[in-house]
Write a protein that binds this ligand. Structure first.
Ligand SMILES: NC(=O)c1ccc[n+]([C@@H]2O[C@H](COP(=O)([O-])OP(=O)(O)OC[C@H]3O[C@@H](n4cnc5c(N)ncnc54)[C@H](OP(=O)(O)O)[C@@H]3O)[C@@H](O)[C@H]2O)c1
Length: 259
């Protein structure tokens, strides 16, 4: 029995990834706060693919919740072969005007819980010499992001952390993939008060199924870094040659509200 645990499974990219695993007959443990959405997904996946789906609601903004999630999985005697750390959110605005609680929660969900889950599930994978971890970062990881400073910094952390641990895992039989999507049509923009930005008014914003397809393939191939989309890859490359001070100004312009 092969089992995948996916965080942020109630909507968007995470919800789409569930179908990719289930279509490959991989059983699932799914988690997020929205228990009703998780239960609906579980019923749909079991009916469509015949896979077993375990629902464990969790609020990953709460310190200690990642440990509780791990303990529940252990208690059920389930060995997790695939871990997907996808849960995350952003927040638009000047740092000095933003809710301090929201910033704490963002660091807890996007960074601290991701590190804890990775640390807790990894040893068994290494011992078995088999397993894969997918960390969902963003193209935001590659530069500072004025007006979403904490969000961009959390994703830079995820990228750095993933590349470092992926290197540590060389020769262990375990892989770690860092998926970096550009803008994607999900609930993310609305939840981050970010709908107005030039980023989401581009002619082509990716869809969650496109990103899930791409990310799943890269994950199963064990790629270390997976930047979705040709334009995004070009931007990441260009960023290496543009002075950082200029990039920060450019990102601010892109993020600012349009009149
Ligand atoms: N959409 C984009 O443009 C974009 C671009 C690059 C990277 N990403 C990244 O992709 C990942 C998925 O986002 P999405 O675009 O699919 O957005 P989404 O539709 O808003 O999904 C976010 C998921 O994270 C979960 N989540 C949020 N806060 C949580 C908390 N406190 N505890 C547990 N789960 C929590 C949500 O579930 P509940 O609300 O039910 O808890 C939901 O399942 C995120 O890490 C995001 O940063 C998104």
């Amino acid at each position: 029995m092969t089992v995948a645990l996916i965080t942020g499974a109630s909507s968007g990219i995470g919800r789409e990834l569930l179908d990719r695993f289930a279509a490959d007959r991989i059983d699932l443990i799914i988690t997020a706060r929205d228990e009703a959405a998780l239960k609906k997904a579980a019923d749909d996946l079991t009916a469509k693919y015949g896979v077993a789906v375990t629902v464990i609601p969790a609020d990953l903004a709460r310190p200690g919740e990642a440990h509780r999630l791990f303990a529940e999985v252990e208690q059920r005697g389930i060995a997790v072969e695939y871990l997907v750390n996808n849960a995350g959110f952003g927040n638009y605005g000047f740092l000095h005007e933003s809710s301090a609680q929201k910033m704490d929660d963002m660091v807890q969900v996007n960074v601290a819980s991701l590190v804890t889950l990775t640390r807790l599930f990894l040893p068994a994978m290494v011992a078995r010499r088999s397993g894969r971890i997918l960390q969902v970062a963003s193209v935001a990881a590659f530069q500072p992001g004025p007006l979403m400073a904490v969000y961009y910094a959390t994703k830079a952390f995820v990228l750095s952390f993933s590349e470092a641990v992926a290197e540590e895992l060389t020769g262990t039989g375990v892989t770690m993939t860092c998926l970096c999507p550009g803008p994607v049509h999900t609930q993310f923009a609305a939840r981050s008060n970010f709908n107005h930005s030039r980023i989401f008014q581009k002619s082509h914003v990716a869809t969650a199924p496109e990103v899930a397809d791409y990310g799943y393939r890269a994950f199963m191939r064990g790629e270390i870094l997976a930047v979705h989309g040709f334009n995004n890859r070009l931007l990441v490359l260009a960023g290496r040659f543009i002075p950082r001070r200029l990039i920060v100004k450019l990102v601010r312009w892109i993020q600012e509200k349009r009149d």
